[in-house]
Ligand binder design. Structure first.
Ligand code: NAD
Length: 297
């Protein structure tokens, strides 16, 4: 792809490494983030910072979003000083997790201004974002997908889910309820073993060579729990948002999600118990506190 100038709004744990991939590929960026520290990290790499999403949309044709919640994405796209007010923008590539219904609302709001919404959530965490090994799930008109796929390939492996906004979000929610369930059930099982006197390192070795193996046991627990760093880089609040969106969507379309509801409640308890900045793997600290033990390497 020829060198271009792109917009990037939301430069947090995921947005910063993904924006950096675009810069490293030789593209210029116009960025917007209401956190000065996050914006400064990108201006230090040559990006131009502007104050509002509308200003980004005034300067570039394609804007990437990596924002926390559906409400924020709606405000940034359709609200006052939002992307919809810019005259140059033609396409919004949304890497955020916002659920299928919000994706449809945003897509319709942007379509009224002839702006195409590309539903494009990602999975694989901060590590995957930094390494460019994410799963990138895309739903949008096929022609937009074909044009964008090489660029999205900088972020990881790209998958086409369909032409409708929301299809990629549904895929992402299904993935994340499984990822969160792995964290929750691994927390309970390992805490049980530790309370009964087992070594958690040996437990994880057994699990990872046995049928209990999952992304929490294989990666998150050895890296961020045994070491007591609790720094996966995905907040429990955002994980709760994802699982809540999933359970709500399942209920909306008539699919019972009993295990998903329990996982959602564990994440809600984690932010109440540990605090609003709790990390995804802080779920284990709730189980530890209830059981009166610690999972240490
Ligand atoms: P984050 O909180 O680290 O970053 C969000 C950024 O958006 C922050 O820099 C914040 O200042 C900025 N922001 C918030 N409101 C804004 C506004 N109105 N205008 C401009 N900037 C604004 O979140 P994150 O972990 O990077 O996640 C971003 C999205 O990616 C979320 O939807 C999340 O669910 C999803 N996601 C996260 C991970 C992960 O491991 N962290 C993995 C996959 C998907």
């Amino acid at each position: 792809m020829a060198q271009q100038t792109f917009g990037f709004i939301g430069l947090g744990n995921m947005g910063a490494p993904l924006a950096t991939h675009l810069i490293k590929a030789g593209h210029a960026l116009v960025v917007c983030d209401n956190n000065d520290v996050a914006a400064a990290l990108m201006t230090a790499q040559g990006a131009k910072r502007v104050a509002t999403p509308a200003q980004v949309a005034q300067e570039v044709e394609v804007i990437f979003l990596s924002l926390p919640t559906p409400e924020i994405v709606e405000a940034v796209c359709l609200g006052v000083n939002g992307i919809r007010d810019g005259t140059k923008v033609r396409e919004v590539v949304d890497l955020s997790t916002i659920g299928p219904r919000a994706a449809k609302v945003v897509a319709e709001g942007l379509a009224a201004k002839n702006i195409t919404y590309v539903d494009s959530p990602v999975s694989g965490g901060v590590t995957g974002a930094v390494k460019g090994t994410l799963a990138v799930m895309v739903s949008c008109p096929r022609a937009n997908y074909d044009a964008l796929a090489p660029l999205l390939g900088k972020f990881g492996k790209v998958f086409f889910l369909g032409e409708k906004a929301g299809q990629a979000q549904t895929m992402k929610l299904a993935n994340n309820v499984m990822s969160a369930a792995a964290v929750a059930i691994t927390s309970e099982a390992v805490v049980m073993g530790v309370k009964a006197g087992l070594d958690p390192k040996v437990m994880l070795d057994v699990i990872n060579n046995g049928s209990g193996r999952n992304t929490a046991s294989a990666d998150k627990f050895p890296r961020c729990v045994l070491t007591r760093t609790f720094d996966v880089g995905f907040s429990a609040a955002l994980a709760y948002k994802d699982v809540r969106l999933c359970v709500d969507e399942a209920e909306h379309i008539g699919v019972p999600m009993i295990v998903g509801s329990a996982v959602r409640d564990m994440l809600s308890i984690t932010t109440s118990f540990i605090g609003k900045d709790a990390d995804f793997v802080d779920v284990v600290r709730v189980c530890e506190a209830w059981a009166g033990v610690e999972v240490r390497g």
